[in-house]
Unconditional design. Structure first.
Length: 791
């Protein structure tokens, strides 16, 4: 701006450095003689200079596009110059391009491993070890049985089994027969089971025992594996010669649907194979690794535990029972079975960290990798976890919708013991091999780095769509304008994300009413649909609300007659139709819903349930014995509610399955043995105390252990190999030291380790009853030899 001449008074601009931004970000436009000048002022605590300069360039580019093509719809205008657009698509959107060679479906990857190492342990289940050869033979026999019954490519076979070796055998057998499997949780309500079987078009149902009433009269054939075992065991152990292509169907997973019913996602062999090869590499899996199979098999993330493990020649550790595992269970199994990889929903990961802190215990030393997914892990929990470590731990945050084959992106970081993690949030990372992640605006234009947009996923992981629902498929799977292959589609996730400066994706939120509870995807519309179907409900809305107990589902209901309807009525109505994780923890009856000026329901103004309110409709009944008093105190700690008694219902007090796991863990610590199933069947303190078994209160013993001990299944398997030189069954490593070595200090450190870790002192001997372990109190001398090669 030039000086302003006002006669004898002259005015000129004076630049003033205020040092303080009045707003987070502001733009001032100053008109000059020939052009406008823009001034961006920003809060340096929120933005850096590069980001703001980039925003300025994008705004100028947008203005230029609008001026040059005034007739062009604003929705088609792009913030990005062409060069920057190409760079984002090439550098940030595309995962590594990998050629994995000749296509091999996952069941062939497993069979290849079984041929190479038939005696290697494939599955550890309780007291039993299944080798790769045994699993191969069993799955081949069952696949021949299915082929003989007319099962062929593109057929769907429902697998209605709990987590077990039979389930793994069935999944592999269906794939080897060329068909696709749909895993179905037997604990689901019959109405939901029936819907899944009908919608999947299943020709065959594999189960063990009788089907629930109403499921045996469908168009499908039912095969009871337990009854058919004598017949199946006589079949050939050679796999049938069935060839599948990458485009063929591998499995169908049913997810929550906003229309009121679950919808089946059809995943193809090509996407599954690409995922398994990529994740096997990213996880660093190989022989000797042990992976806990935690995820319920009816969720697609379980395939991420199963197939990479079996493709890599590692061992899959199945929990001793199919019940839901508590944090204490996971830690115990990891320690007893020497698990090296844990794949967990974020809420369980948080519970494990909290439990170990409360009990003053360390993180299992055998675990080298933790993978989490389903929702954002808390940064603070990473720092807490680091304080529990005795060795570095790799941590992977996984992201991916079922429609894009399990995991599409991941973020990895290495936790060092005692490290304080300094991240604003944990990103969801970068795309895996042969997958593309595009952050787009409403006009499907790429947005700049740092700008929020909707995430679209393209490439190898995109599934076929929704089984039998071309309308829903067309809405969610749109033509991919960035693909090299004609006719390719990309999946519209509905997730809002942004790219950070490091090229990692950061999750911001959702465009719709889909939420994640316990890492499981839930369409709130499906719950609302079933609530509205109750004759006593005039209108219903369901929201996920943050409470002191974590994020919980809250149902807001306008009843037809408030006096004729209770929360228990609605809970029982939903339990008969929905899985337990979709049943709201709280029910609030309202006369009307808050609305926006346009008349829509204002979900943000719906009240958060008052957990301190008097939830009992009758005076609380006090405990009558020590067992009831113990359970009542545990419930109060977990539920964070005071005013209730031994006859109040756990779920009416706001309990859910995650909180039930905490109750079970604390009860076991107090010497009362109960299971989550018992809590669901006996949801009052009075009833639960009657079925609880007396145990021994658990107090963590950190002192030295000595004496005889029974061998574990994996140890017995090792001795049954009858190796000529069992002492050579070990791993060695050569280390290059940066500083000079103090041999005496190393000797003392080794001796201290041997004294602290009891199994390093273990000895094994054969007895008449088999092998037995013995741990001496101490070793007189730890074997230690020093060789000097410097000369």
């Amino acid at each position: 701006m030039k000086k302003l001449d006002l006669g004898e008074l002259q005015v000129e601009p004076l630049e003033v450095d205020t040092q303080t931004a009045k707003f987070d970000l502001s733009l001032a436009i100053v008109e000059g003689e020939e052009r406008f000048r823009g001034i961006l002022e920003f809060n340096t605590d929120l933005f850096d200079r590069d980001t703001v300069e980039r925003l300025g360039r994008h705004f100028v580019h947008l203005l230029r596009e609008v001026v040059e093509e005034p007739e062009r719809p604003v929705l088609e205008a792009s913030l990005l110059p062409e060069g920057e657009r190409r760079e984002i698509l090439a550098r940030h959107a595309a995962g590594p391009k990998r050629n994995f060679g000749e296509f091999a479906p996952v069941h062939r990857m497993f069979s290849t491993r079984a041929g190479q190492s038939p005696d290697a342990p494939a599955v550890l289940h309780g007291e039993q070890v299944w080798t790769y050869g045994e699993l191969e033979a069993r799955s081949n026999r069952l696949s021949r049985f299915l082929v003989d019954r007319g099962v062929e490519r593109e057929d769907v076979v429902a697998v209605l089994l709990e987590r077990s070796v039979d389930l793994l055998v069935s999944m592999l057998a269906v794939l080897k027969a060329g068909a696709a499997y749909v895993p179905v949780d037997p604990s689901l309500p019959v109405e939901r089971l029936s819907h899944i079987l009908r919608e999947s078009g299943a020709r065959v149902v594999l189960t063990s025992g009788e089907l629930p009433n109403g499921l045996g009269d469908g168009s499908w054939s039912v095969f009871d594996l337990e009854k058919l075992e004598p017949e199946i065991s006589t079949l050939s152990t050679k796999a049938p010669e069935v060839h599948v292509e990458p485009e063929n169907l591998a499995y169908v997973i049913f997810t929550s649907g906003s229309s009121g019913q679950p919808k089946g996602v059809a995943v193809q062999h090509g996407g599954l194979a690409n995922h398994v090869l990529t994740l096997t590499e990213a996880m660093g899996l190989g022989e000797g690794e042990r992976v806990l199979q935690y995820i319920t098999p009816s969720f697609d993330a379980s395939a991420e535990e199963i197939y990479p493990t079996l493709a890599a020649g590692a061992t899959l550790v199945l929990p001793p029972s199919a019940k839901e595992l508590s944090a204490t269970d996971v830690v115990r199994i990891a320690e007893e079975s020497h698990v090296t990889v844990l794949h967990l929903p974020v809420p369980i990961w948080h519970l494990i960290v909290d439990t170990l802190h409360e009990e003053g215990r360390r993180f299992p030393a055998s675990v080298r990798l933790v993978m989490v997914g389903g929702e954002a892990p808390a940064v603070g929990k990473l720092s807490e976890a680091a304080s529990l470590l005795d060795r570095p731990l790799d941590f992977m945050n996984l992201y991916g919708p079922t429609e894009a084959t399990i995991t599409s992106t991941f973020y990895r970081l290495r936790l060092e013991p005692g490290q304080e993690v300094r991240l604003p949030v944990v990103p969801i990372g970068k795309p895996i091999a042969n997958v593309r992640t595009c952050v787009l605006d409403r006009g499907l234009n790429p947005v700049p780095v740092g700008v929020v947009g909707e995430l679209f996923i393209g490439g190898a992981g995109v599934s076929r769509g929704y089984l039998g629902r071309p309308d829903l498929t067309a809405e969610a799977f749109v033509p991919d304008p960035f693909a090299e292959r004609a006719g390719a589609r990309m999946y519209r996730t509905g997730d809002l994300v942004r790219l950070n400066r490091d090229g990692d994706l950061v999750f911001v939120g959702r465009l719709d009413f889909q939420v994640k509870i316990r890492g499981l995807r839930i369409e709130l519309g499906e719950i609302e649909h079933h609530l509205a179907a109750h004759p006593g409900v005039k209108q219903a809305v369901v929201e996920a609300k943050s409470t002191p107990r974590g994020v919980q589902l809250v149902a807001y209901v306008i009843p037809v007659d408030r006096d004729a309807l209770t929360p228990r009525d609605l809970r029982e109505h939903l339990k008969a139709r929905l899985p337990d994780y979709m049943v709201p923890a709280h029910y609030l009856f309202l006369d009307s819903f808050p609305t926006t000026p346009s008349g829509k329901i204002d979900r943000r103004r719906l009240p958060v349930p008052d957990l301190s309110a008097d939830t009992g409709r009758e005076p609380p009944v006090p405990p009558r014995n020590e067992r009831e008093a113990t359970l009542l105190e545990i419930w109060k700690q977990v539920l964070r509610v005071e005013n209730f008694g031994v006859r109040d219902n756990f779920f009416e007090l706001g309990g859910d399955s995650i909180l039930s796991i905490q109750v079970v863990a604390r009860a076991n610590q107090a010497g009362l043995k109960i299971t989550p199933k018992q809590l669901f069947e006996h949801p009052t303190v009075e009833e639960l105390a009657a079925v609880a078994e007396e145990g021994v209160a658990i107090h963590a013993e950190q002192g030295p252990v000595s004496g005889a001990f029974p061998t574990t299944p994996i140890q017995r398997w090792f001795f049954e190999l009858n190796l000529a030189h069992p002492e050579q069954w070990n791993q060695s490593v050569a280390l290059r030291l940066k500083q000079s070595l103090d041999a005496d200090a190393l000797r003392k450190a080794t001796a201290a380790l041997v004294e602290h870790h009891d199994l390093l002192r273990a000895r094994f001997r054969r007895t008449e009853d088999g092998w037995e372990g013995q741990i001496p109190e101490r070793l007189d001398e730890v074997p230690f030899r020093e060789y000097d090669f410097r000369s």
